[in-house]
Ligand binder design. Sequence first.
Ligand code: NAD
Length: 487
Amino acid sequence: MQSVVYKNYINGEYVESSSGERFVDNNPADTDDVLGYFQLSTREDAKNAISAALEAWEKWSETPPGERGRILIKASEILDSMREELVNILTMEEGKTLNDSRVEINRAISLFRFYGVLASRIHGESLHSSELRTHLITIREPIGVVSVITPWNFPAAIPSWKIAPALACGNTVVFKPASYTPLIGYLLVEALIKAGIPKGVINYVTGSGTTVGLEMITSKNVDAITFTGSLEVGEEIRRLSATSGKNIRIQLELGGKNPAIILPDADIDKAVEMVARGAFGLTGQVCTATSRAIVIDKIADEFIRKIVERAKKFRVGNGLKEGIDIGPVVGQRELEKILSYISIGISEGAKLVTGGKRLTGGEYDKGYFVEPTVFTEVSPDMRIAREEIFGPVLSVITASSFDEAIDIANSVEYGLAASIFTNSLDKAFEFMKRIKAGVVKINKPTTGIEIQVPFGGFKKSSSETFRELGETVLDFYTKIKTIYIGY
Ligand code: NAD
C-alpha cells in the first residue's frame, strides 16, 4: 500500500495540524508496512474542531430527523460498497484476521443503517395528568457537542456505535480515534462526508490523548463525552471532566476481567471451545474476553487437558493470510505488558501450562506475536486473576462449589461480561441473578455482542450511568423535556 499523509477534518475541510508534526500508522503484523502518516494535533486543533461543532449544532439539531437518518443510511451504503477494501485495511491496521475484520466491518455498516432508521423514530411520551384539562408530554432534545474518544481494538465498530446515534439524535461530534488505528476512523468520516453531512457536524482530529483528548474532555463547549478505553484513562476523564465547570454528561466503557464458570453438568467439549474462543480469539484484545475460567474441581483435570490441547491449535500469524486464527497484538507497549503479566504469574506461583512466549523467527520477527497462554493453579488473589491483561492469557481457577465459583467470579473490581456453562436451568437462573456483570451469557462465550440490545458493565467496567447500543443509548444522546399543557 502506498503511504499517504492524512489530514484532520474540521469545519468541512481537510486541514493539517498547527504542530506541523505527524505520526506513523503501521501494520502490527509487519511494522515495515506503513499505512499512512497522521496529524499529531495540538489542543488548538481540538479547540477549532469543538468550535466548528458548536457553530454547526443549531442547524443540525433542527434538521428533520428523517433527513439526518437519510445521511446515515447513505453512509452505510457507501461503507457497504467498499466492504472488502475496509476489511483489508482493518486487518492491516489492527492485526485481526480477515474473518474477524469482516464481522466488524459488517457491524459498522449495520450500525449506520440501524441508527439511520431509528432517527425518525426518536420519540417522547404522552401521559395522562392527575389534573383536569391538562395533558403531559415529554420530548427528547439533542444535548449539543459530543466528544467521541475511542480505543484501537474495535476501531470501526466502536466509533460507529457512538457517532451514528449521536448524529441521529441531532448532536454534532468531535471524534478522536486511537493512534494505532486512525485510518479506519478516517474512512468512516469520509463515508459521512460523501453521504452529504453538513460542515462542522462531524470533525475528526488525530493525536495524543493527553493533548487532543484533554481539550475534548475539559472544554466548556463540550456537552457530553463518550469514551471507551482503559480503566486508568476512564478514571482520569471522570476526574478532569469535572474541571470544565459544567455539568457534563459522561459515558465511560472500560476494562474487564471476565469469568466463565464451568459446572460438572456442562457439555465440557462445548465449554472448552467457547472458553478458548473467548480467551484467545481476537488475540484476547477484547474488553469482554474470557480471562478467568472458574472450574469446579472434580472436572478440572479434564477441562485443563482439553483447553491446553485447544490453545495449542490456534494458528498465530499475519491476519492477511489464509488459515490464520489470530493475529498479532497491536503494539510494542501492549506486547510488553502481556509478557510482563506472564512473568508476574510465574513469580506469583501460578503454573504456566502452555504458551507464555513471544513468537520469533522468520515473519514473526516483523510483528508482535504472542502464544496463547494458559495458567493453572491460579488463586483468586493473584494479580493475573484480578487485573486486565488484554492479551491471549487465560487463568484457570478451581472452586469446590457453585457458590464459591460465584464468589470468585464477583471478587474483582470489574464487572463487564460473564458466562456460565451448565445444563441446569436452576443454576443458570441463579447465576443470572447473582453475577455482577452487565453482559451475562449462558452456554455462550463472554465475547460477542449484538447491536440491538443495551451494552455496558457493572462496577469499574463502566460509568454505570448510560448504556450503549440498542435504543437505550438514546437516553445518553438526548435530554428529556416534560411539558404540561393546560387547555
Ligand atoms: P486507552 O485508554 O489507552 O485509550 C483509549 C482512547 O483514549 C485513545 O483514543 C487514547 O488516545 C485516548 N486517551 C488516552 N489518554 C487520554 C487522556 N488522558 N484524555 C483523553 N483521552 C485519552 O485504551 P486502549 O489501549 O486504546 O484500549 C484498550 C482498553 O479499552 C482496554 O482496557 C479495554 O478493556 C477497553 N475497552 C473497553 C470496551 C468496553 O466497551 N467496555 C471496549 C473496547 C475496549
